[in-house]
Design a protein around this ligand. Structure first.
Ligand SMILES: [Zn+2]
Length: 411
């Protein structure tokens, strides 16, 4: 089945935006893009500006049924972590069931905000059925963590199985996520890096997120040490001191693709290594979660000036009120008005698709890619389309399904 759509503006993310463009779609793929073009069967959507479906580079969908973030705004990160553990434990034996419901809800919420791909940090047991029947492509990044030497082999095995997992749906792909320096042994991190190379899978790790993390790495002390001691997991050999996020970035740099999630406190050395590996490494900034913890200003502008890809994520609803990725774009635009609007678009499309290893199907509007887009109602003859988009809210359109299925209500 072929569908043709004529849009007021088309931001392909592959060259300059096109005013008055016709996109031809066959099945679920884009076939061609033409300027204007008179087709007898074209669907006229010239009130709309369209860009690739948004890509949320980092979230944890299992918290999507929370009404509001856990804890209180401005609390120390190390105090918030136990809140998360308590929340999950609160489900008792219903955890798997509740998790599946929250993931399903989170995918629906994402689609409602114009998001077509999510970098989802997945925990075991996998809620595979929850990923099905969704318009949203899921990059399932298995959270791998552990400091207990007795569990390391089992965790390594689980990561290997995930890398090699055969999903029943083509709208799910595998990826890896060693959790964070305070929770994950070097041996597990190295195993994930090796899997990333072997299977050519992207990897994401929470890193340089909090001052407490820095203290643990630097001197083996602080609130994280206390938490680990209380859980019976602290061993001085794991945290001998004299270590920095840069040491981890160096190790991750040999992965096929590596995304540093947060990167609030990268340090000069950390930035230098990221710069050296800018062809495979990205930094994921989660603006509203960053604000929730009252971190000092994110180094996004320095990273961009250094040629390092920055992508955006919502993180989860345990530290963010919703999964609205466009609200993250708006937050960056407000806080860093000097960052060009075009650059903001790459952070939630092409660069994010690259970070998640799905750039062959998503991240730009080109022949051969999936016909799924984010659409903004702008009216005709808009004087400043990008400003209107930044002030607006996109919806997700699967162009393969025809006009009847698109939400084209303008009110
Ligand atoms: Zn996270």
């Amino acid at each position: 089945m072929i569908h043709r759509y004529r849009f007021g503006w088309l931001f392909t993310m592959d060259g300059t935006p096109i005013q008055d463009a016709t996109v031809t779609v066959e099945g679920d793929q884009i076939v061609s893009i033409e300027e204007a073009g008179i087709w007898p069967d074209v669907i006229d959507l010239r009130d709309w500006a369209v860009m690739p479906a948004l890509v949320n580079a980092h979230t944890h969908l299992e918290f999507s049924n929370l009404d509001h973030p856990l804890g209180t705004e401005g609390m120390a990160f190390s105090q918030w972590i136990p809140e998360v553990i308590r929340y999950r434990q609160g489900f008792g034996e219903n955890l798997a069931q509740e998790k599946a419901l929250a993931i399903r809800a989170g995918l629906k919420q994402s689609a409602g905000f114009g998001v077509g791909v999510v970098g989802e940090i997945a925990t075991l047991p996998l809620a595979e059925a929850a990923y099905d029947r969704s318009d949203v492509h899921v990059v399932s990044m298995l959270e791998t963590l552990g400091l207990d030497p007795e569990l390391i082999e089992q965790r390594k095995q689980q990561a290997t199985e995930h890398a090699d997992y055969r999903w029943s749906s083509s709208s799910v792909t595998s990826a890896l996520s060693p959790h964070a320096p305070y929770s994950t042994s070097w041996e597990l991190i190295d195993h994930c890096v090796a899997l990333s190379q072997e299977y050519q899978l992207p990897l994401a790790m929470h890193l340089a997120e909090s001052l407490e993390e820095l203290e643990l790495l630097e001197s083996g002390t602080g609130p994280f040490r206390t938490i680990l001691e209380n859980m019976g997991l602290f061993r001085a050999a794991d945290f001998p001191g004299g270590c920095k996020p840069a040491n981890y970035i160096e190790r991750l740099s040999s992965a096929y693709r590596a995304m540093v999630v947060h990167g609030n406190y990268l340090g000069e050395k950390g930035m230098e290594i990221l710069h050296q590996h800018a062809d495979t490494m990205t930094v994921c900034y989660c603006p509203r979660t960053h604000a929730f913890f009252h971190h000092p200003e994110h180094p996004i502008e320095t990273l961009l000036a250094d040629g390092i890809r920055v992508v955006l994520g919502t993180d989860s609803r345990s530290s963010n009120p919703d999964l609205n990725l466009w609200a993250e774009v708006q937050a960056v635009h407000q806080k860093f008005p000097d960052i060009a609007a075009e650059q903001l678009l790459t952070m939630v499309t092409s660069d994010a698709a690259f970070a998640l290893g799905v750039e062959e199907s998503f991240g730009s509007i080109e022949p051969g890619k999936r016909a799924i887009v984010s659409a903004f109602c702008i009216g005709q003859d808009s004087p400043d389309v990008l400003s209107q988009m930044l002030a607006g809210q996109p919806r997700l359109w699967d162009l393969g399904s025809g006009l009847d299925q698109l939400d084209v209500a303008t009110a």
